[in-house]
Design a protein around this ligand. Structure first.
Ligand code: CA
Length: 172
């Protein structure tokens, strides 16, 4: 009786194993996709909210390194009641002159322009829709909208960029 019972248990175990096989086979391609996505993207996706102020990208660069910031998607506005949504290149000067002046982080650029800095007290540079940059100091790259902290309340939207530290000999 005990032997038969053992066989019955074995039979059950085999059946269970058989049903698990297709599940495992289905899971395998998903796992492979996830790995290849991660492997291909040494760039880091970063979401910069229009109401967030400075946002850390989590990407640290050493002085002298090159890095790229590329616009991926999204729109934002510096006044959701009165002004249209734009990408990280910001408003045209024609639209900009209709917006109350006095809220800019960089006066020489239009509202809505994506700005960057390295570390806490670095120069504020223009990112716009993105390009390659040269790090003039070491630190974490931070990004924000060209709209001052005390003017963020009426903003809306976000832009998504990818940030990547470039290899020494990497071509454009
Ligand atoms: Ca605003």
């Amino acid at each position: 009786m005990r032997v038969r019972l053992g066989l019955a248990v074995l039979g059950t175990a085999t059946a269970t194993t058989l049903t698990l096989v297709p599940t495992a086979a289905n899971a395998a391609p998903q796992a492979a996709d996830a790995t290849s996505r991660t492997g291909a993207a040494s760039s880091r996706p970063v979401l910069v909210g229009a109401r967030s102020g400075w946002v850390s990208t989590g990407v640290y660069v050493e002085r002298g390194e090159r890095f790229s910031i590329r616009y991926r998607s999204g729109r934002w506005t510096v006044d959701s009641r009165s002004f249209p949504w734009v990408g990280p290149w910001g408003y045209s000067w024609r639209t900009d002159e209709k917006i109350f002046q006095g809220c800019k982080v960089r006066d020489d650029r239009t509202y809505g322009t994506l700005l960057g800095t390295i570390g806490r007290h670095g120069n504020i540079f223009v990112v716009g829709k993105g390009k390659r940059f040269f790090a003039t100091r070491s630190g974490v790259i931070r990004l924000r909208i060209n709209d001052a902290d005390n003017c963020l309340g009426d903003n809306a939207g976000a832009v998504r960029v990818s940030v990547r530290v470039l290899e020494e000999e990497e071509p454009a």
